[in-house]
Ligand binder design. Structure first.
Ligand code: GRG
Length: 280
């Protein structure tokens, strides 16, 4: 397979079934199980876990062997889902809808939504610990995920976001916030994929991951530009203008392409094709 969309379509049904079956089996408390599964099953694109699996495939692992890595890919999706549930809470972004459906706290109440997020975050590390992969791979996944999604990464970015809401950030401050809040989890997905496939991590793949991680947020800012909700927010188009933001996105995608093309012992097709995600 050479196209990311084709790879995504080929993996998604089995991966989705895996996620829902595993949570249904493991979580016995009915309200908690319903609230956790509600958001995991609410139509997310699964970009991060499928990117991780695509890296493993690009390192030469066969498609039929990819389910061995579903526990770890699933853990990344659980963490992403928890972050969105907590981000939507009244004390954070206060969003009633997510992916066109009621946000978790609107459906289940704030207390259950906090606990559904707590449950997903904790279960992620249980899945990694219980996976059949070598200890060194499981430890690498725990280390990278806790580093990038926790208080040295995504949680720190979220803290900056909610505490600096009323202050106009500089371009560098906004870049750092987005790097932590959005890019770090995407970087984790790609680097964990490389570790799982015994691919020695090069600066090129890490560069690629950082560029697409930031591009993800810049695209989101551009997609939401003009919406009432984003009018007073710290976003790239509000800070540097729409055209400069579009230039920035194009440069990030160009830099990501140049970085991944230099990667050795790696089939570059899927990662190059993923860059189409950023085209309008
Ligand atoms: C609460 C600790 C904590 C962190 C929240 C990720 C995050 C931090 C907040 C989300 C803010 C946001 C909407 C950022 C834009 C980029 C982004 C992460 C979009 C959502 O990711 P997708 O498009 O979502 O992969 P789906 O719905 O496909 O799962």
């Amino acid at each position: 397979m050479k196209k990311f969309t084709e790879f995504h379509e080929a993996i998604l049904p089995e991966f989705n079934e895996f996620l829902i079956n595993k949570l249904t089996m493991e979580i016995k408390q009915p309200t908690l199980r319903d609230a956790m599964i509600y958001s995991v099953n609410a139509g997310g694109k699964r970009v991060r876990p499928i990117l991780m699996l695509a890296v493993i495939y690009s390192c030469g692992v066969k498609k039929e062997d990819l389910p061995k890595y579903f526990d770890i890919a699933g853990a990344i999706e659980l963490i992403h889902t928890y972050s969105l549930i907590h981000d939507d809470l009244p004390e954070m972004d206060n969003d009633d809808y997510r992916r066109g459906k009621l946000s978790n706290h609107k459906k289940f109440g704030t207390g259950p939504a906090v606990l559904a997020g707590d449950g997903l975050l904790t279960q992620a590390f249980y899945w990694i610990a219980k996976s059949d992969l070598d200890t060194s791979k499981r430890m690498a996944a725990v280390r990278i995920l806790s580093h990038n999604a926790g208080p040295m990464g995504m949680v720190a970015g979220q803290m900056t976001d909610i505490t600096k809401e009323d202050k106009k950030l500089s371009e560098n401050e906004l870049t750092e916030l987005h790097r932590q809040k959005t890019a770090d989890l995407i970087v984790a997905a790609i680097t964990i994929g490389a570790f799982c496939a015994d691919h020695s991590l090069s600066k090129n793949l890490v560069d690629y991951a950082n560029k697409i991680g930031l591009a993800f947020q810049v695209k989101d800012d551009l997609d939401d530009y003009g919406s009432l909700e984003d009018a007073d927010k710290n976003t790239f188009p509000n800070l540097i203008g729409k055209e400069a933001t579009e230039d920035r996105l194009n440069n990030l995608v160009k830099d990501a392409l140049n970085a991944v093309l230099k990667e050795e012992k790696f089939d570059k097709n899927l990662m190059v094709s993923f860059l189409d995600y950023f085209k309008n």
